[in-house]
Design a protein around this ligand. Structure first.
Ligand code: ATP
Ligand code: MG
Length: 572
């Protein structure tokens, strides 16, 4: 396991119920002290932040001690929904999160031959039969939670007949859905999963790994436990909805007397406010173009979060903070946002960028003069160095940093008011220039040459410090501001279509932002803190050619919005 070194410290903080079970097992010398886990994604979509919880748990446990192992196993038993694109994206995401399966990359399809033999073994034990009911009929015979199921009329076929039919299923003699192989367990079981579950179905679809070799494919419940057993998994960790499947998991392994019988342990799946996490729903968003692909920075996918600028460290820290329990809880989006803030704060350089520019002319600054002002890259870390920021007579300030009629507690620029320009001078607003429509197009200001560096020799104070860029030196950039993809905490709750909760304002594109010249050599994926605005990352898809394109990863915090809301209330 070559996990990031960060993991050793992360790991020592963890002591959830699963790790306790593992510790007890080791003490009891169960499995001769071995610990082997697996992460078993179905390659039918891109991974999301919920999968990250499972990855961090399975690979994290393996990374905690020398000799432990974790497999990456593609659960690829439904070729009609799966693809190589998904397989490749999943590998990329797991590596990006900081984990490595080394030589333990597997596919359920690697075991198709063995699984077939196991199915034949069940038939020979009289524990499986070929059923010729239609899917509809099988459903009807199944019963309900209150009502027992009925035996299929095909349940008592002879072993010979079953073997023959199963071979012919495999040989392609029947159409899709014409026959299935079922385990013979108990149609009266209170657990619906034990009512003669289907273990093989006919699907005349080529498979991305096995090509045309198979036209019958094993079902999840049959495949999963046996794949675990084949790999020698000791602890098979899955989400709570599989609790009711555990008796079936154990039934297959007990009945087939596999050498290894992993222990299935269930934990609560992650659900995050203001987003959805099912691959089916995410797929729908992609297909109906509600978002721009699986890696749209608004998506809760790992590829979307990576493109937006999230770090693997932040996501691992998030998984660490939320922990592993048996209780289903909704996690606030704010928890995730705080993780990325605290990860980026110490390691991200500060630069100045004006998102929505307002032109400012410093009337008493000599025309043609340019000064280079020293600006540190990080306020608390001198080792990050500094750069020179050019200052000149024409600047851009943020439109939001000026109010013609300033509300209470607005400490930024207003007519007649003096503020500090970061790393530069105090300026005072002298006049507001408007166009014929009455819109503000320019401010006329004066500067105090005595305040170079940001303090006045006479000790006078100003309350606001604003970021700025010099107009002739600025670089135009596109900046994409993201907000939550949904405007309801639990999209789709109450039976309403989850797409009705899509936030129409989840992306705002600013095409005329102005950034300081040091960003001329910004490269895809690089992150900055734009002072007073938040953390931003150069887009890795559109940020390469021509104009710079930045994604906002996260805002710094939202204090002004709160004040403004309060003011608004005061004014009612
Ligand atoms: P989805 O419902 O999003 O399609 P899935 O469970 O069908 O997810 P799989 O590819 O089968 O997706 O999942 C691989 C592993 O990731 C499984 O062990 C599953 O339990 C786990 N997993 C999936 N979603 C979550 C989640 N939200 N929280 C924790 N673990 C998850
Ligand atoms: Mg699944």
């Amino acid at each position: 396991m070559t996990a990031p070194s960060a993991n050793t410290t992360e790991a020592s903080l963890q002591n959830d119920f699963i790790r306790q079970i593992i510790a007890d097992d080791i003490k009891a010398n169960k499995n001769d002290g071995r610990v082997v886990t697996r992460f078993p994604p179905e390659p039918n979509g891109y991974l999301h932040i919920g999968h990250a919880k499972s990855i961090c748990l399975n690979f994290g446990i393996a990374a905690e001690q020398e000799g432990r192992q974790c497999y990456l196993r593609f659960d690829d038993t439904n070729p009609s929904k799966e693809s190589v694109e998904y397989v490749e994206s999943i590998k990329t995401d797991v590596h990006w999160l900081g984990y490595d399966w080394e030589d333990r990359l597997r596919h359920s399809s690697d075991y198709f031959d063995q699984l077939y033999e196991y199915a034949v073994a069940l038939i020979k034990m009289g524990k499986a039969y070929v059923c010729s009911l239609t899917a509809e009929q099988i459903k009807g015979y199944r019963g309900t939670l209150r009502e027992q199921g009925k035996n299929s009329p095909y349940r008592d076929r002879s072993i010979e007949e079953n073997i023959d039919l199963f071979e012919r299923m495999k040989a392609g003699e029947f159409a899709d859905g014409e026959q299935v192989l079922r385990a013979k367990i108990d149609m009266a079981s209170p657990n619906l999963n034990l009512r003669d579950p289907t273990i093989y179905r006919i699907k005349k679809v080529p498979h991305q790994m096995t090509g045309d070799k198979w036209c019958i494919y094993p079902m999840y419940d049959f495949t999963h436990c046996l794949s675990d057993a084949i790999e020698g998994i000791t602890h098979s960790l899955c989400t709570l909805e599989f609790e009711d499947h555990r008796p079936l998991y154990d039934w297959f392994l007990d009945t087939l007397k596999t050498a290894c019988h992993p222990q299935q342990i269930e934990f609560a799946r992650l659900s995050l406010n203001y987003t959805v996490m099912s691959k089916r729903k995410l797929q729908e968003l992609v297909e109906n173009q509600h978002v721009n692909g699986w890696d749209d920075p608004r998506m809760p996918t790992l590829s979307g979060m990576r493109r937006r600028g999230y770090t693997p460290e932040a996501i691992r820290e998030f998984c660490d903070r939320i922990g592993v329990t048996k209780n289903d809880t909704h996690i606030e989006m704010g928890v995730l946002e705080n993780c990325i803030r605290s990860d980026l704060d110490p390691k991200t350089v500060r630069v100045m960028a004006v998102l929505k520019p307002l032109r400012v002319v410093i009337e008493n600054y000599p025309e043609g003069q340019v000064e280079q002002l020293e600006a540190p890259y990080h306020p608390n870390d001198a080792s990050m160095g500094s750069r020179q920021v050019p200052f000149s007579r024409v600047l851009y300030l943020e439109q939001d940093d000026f109010r013609e009629v300033p509300p209470k507690k607005f400490f930024r620029l207003a007519p007649g008011r003096e503020v500090r320009l970061r790393y530069a001078y105090f300026i005072t607003c002298q006049a507001v220039i408007k166009n014929e429509q009455g819109e503000i197009v320019e401010l006329r200001c004066t500067y105090d040459p005595e305040t170079r560096g940001g303090s006045a020799p006479d000790g006078r104070k100003v309350k606001g410090t604003l970021h700025w860029v010099s107009e002739p030196h600025a670089i135009t950039a596109e900046i994409r501001l993201y907000d939550r993809l949904f405007n309801q905490p639990n999209p789709g709750a109450g039976g309403i279509d989850f797409k009705a909760a899509l936030n129409p304002n989840s992306m705002e594109i600013l095409t005329n932002s102005q950034v300081e010249p040091s960003l001329a050599n910004a490269v895809a994926g690089i992150r900055y803190q734009f002072e007073r605005q938040g953390y931003f990352c150069v887009d890795s898809v559109d940020g390469l050619e021509g104009a710079l394109v930045f994604n906002r990863i996260v805002t710094l915090r939202d204090s002004w919005a709160k004040i403004e809301k309060a003011n608004y209330k005061d004014s009612l």
